[in-house]
Design a protein around this ligand. Structure first.
Ligand code: XIL
Length: 458
């Protein structure tokens, strides 16, 4: 018999008369109703447990057997990346991504979208681009892919790995970064416009240790986005761990501090190199850290079997090459069954709060102001609508766009895409209490100057 770490502990007991009964009790320390799969165990506290999936492995029955049984969230390992979905400019290719999305959805699993904007795994045509052409191509990619999958994605890694390693706390240099520091927020706004129901995440690695400059830099960006109303709902910590980059002692602090900014936190690409009880204990720590943070909504491991891993030689996953559960699997399952506070439920369709008042029914005046983010030949305009001394039940804003064209917009209906444009509230932001504000926005090519917005209550 192959001894597991649990059965080893029972060896002295099997010599006693009560061995069977006592042994049975000890061998199953979890409650009788403990869940027996990772996904079901995570669901007990309202979380998910996911894995990265490769389309070319869906014909492997051992692989799909484990996938279907254990996991309730799926991330395409490579198939939704830019080189896969837009191999030639404006020619989109979704075959392999669809295979994964359809498999997941047919099995009742949800999907994390990975990833819309990244310096890596860009198709050749994009690698060779720069400046305004690249900015527009990136925004077009975000819009097209997020629109294609609209309604099918739980959360998008909108931007991946945009910060530099080391002590600088700076952005990573890349062709995207060189289009202007606001490329990240432009990508998030385009993603929100394309799929308002998806959670929008910023995802990175080496952001696990709270004291690291990179962690701090991402934290400040998210804090800034939240303070300015840039649409962001979650932060993904990839969490690829190995002896050079171990699970930090302050990991839970990092998760909690991000969550305290008002975003969900997700562990998005977990793998921990090692074996046996040392690896199992690291997996246990990571799982418990997530469970201790109410806005840590789920964990995804970066592959199923060790042999499926991008770092196969480090045997970093929960199943061995034959598909057998490892000690690390048992420690994760036990930790999930031990539970934790459930995650906070959040809605993601708007970043503004509107309050309806019933004692001020009459229309009052309103004002509109614009905050313009202009780069080269493109821009994002955010229009703030503020109610006067009476509550608004609806509003119309008129703008003038003399030298530009709107390519997409959010949180308002619009009459056209250039010249004089009338914008009116959508159903969730027409009611604005006296003195309060709501925002809508749009993105365009050309110049966004001279918009001169004016507001009328309706
Ligand atoms: C990796 C895949 O696992 C590999 O198959 C591929 O060759 C390279 O990319 N950070 C990420 C993931 O966000 O997309 C990467 O996935 C691993 C690091």
């Amino acid at each position: 018999m192959k001894l597991t770490s649990r059965s080893v502990a029972l060896v002295p007991l099997v010599a006693t008369a009560a061995a069977v009964v006592v042994g049975a009790t000890l061998i199953a320390p979890a409650p009788a109703n403990a869940a027996t799969t990772l996904g079901a165990a995570a669901q007990q506290s309202g979380r998910y447990f996911g894995t990265a999936v490769a389309a070319n492995k869906l014909s492997d029955s051992t692989y799909t057997g484990i996938l279907n049984r254990e996991f309730d969230m799926v991330t395409a390992e490579n198939e939704m990346k830019i080189d896969a979905t837009e191999p030639n400019q404006n020619q989109f290719s979704y075959g392999n991504a669809d295979r994964i999305v359809n498999h997941a959805r047919n099995q009742g699993k949800r999907v994390r979208g990975h990833t819309l904007a990244w310096h890596s795994q860009q198709p050749g045509w994009m690698q060779n681009m720069s400046g305004t052409a690249l900015r527009n191509a990136m925004l077009n990619h975000v819009t097209q892919v997020a629109t294609y999958y609209r309604g099918k994605i739980y959360a998008w890694d909108v931007v991946n790995e945009a910060f530099a390693d080391g002590s600088s706390g700076a952005r990573r240099d890349s062709n995207l970064q060189r289009t202007g520091n606001d490329w990240i927020e432009a990508a998030f706004r385009a993603a929100r416009a394309a799929d308002p129901g998806a959670k929008l995440c910023y995802n990175d690695y080496n952001t696990d240790d709270w004291t690291h400059a990179k962690t701090q830099a991402v934290y400040r960006m998210v804090q800034d986005f939240k303070s300015r109303g840039v649409p962001i709902d979650c932060v993904g910590l990839q969490s690829h761990f190995n002896p050079q980059s171990p699970v930090p002692s302050n990991y839970q602090t990092t998760l909690q501090n991000f969550a305290n900014l008002g975003v969900d936190v997700q562990i998005t690409e977990l793998d921990i190199e090692g074996s046996g009880s040392a690896q199992a204990s690291n997996y246990d720590r990571v799982t418990r850290a997530c469970l201790a943070v109410s806005r840590c909504t789920g964990i995804t491991v970066w592959g199923i079997r060790d042999t499926d891993s991008w770092r196969a030689s480090g045997t970093p996953l929960l199943f061995d090459g034959n598909g057998n559960k490892k000690a690390a699997y048992n420690s994760v399952l036990d930790a999930l069954n031990a539970g934790g506070p459930g995650p906070t439920t959040t809605t993601t369709t708007t970043t503004t709060t509107t309050t309806t008042t019933t004692n001020n029914p009459g229309p009052g005046g309103c004002t509109a102001s614009v905050s313009l983010n202009q780069w080269g030949e493109g821009f994002v305009a955010t229009i703030k609508v503020t109610a006067g001394s009476s509550a608004l039940r609806g509003w119309t804003v008129t703008t003038t766009l003399s030298n530009g064209t709107v390519t997409n917009s959010w949180s308002a209906n619009r009459s056209g895409n250039s010249g004089t444009i009338n914008w009116s509230n959508v159903d969730y932001n027409g009611s604005v209490a006296a003195g309060q504000s709501t925002e809508f926005g749009f993105q365009g090519t050309g110049s966004g100057s001279g918009l001169n917005p004016s507001c009328t209550a309706s």
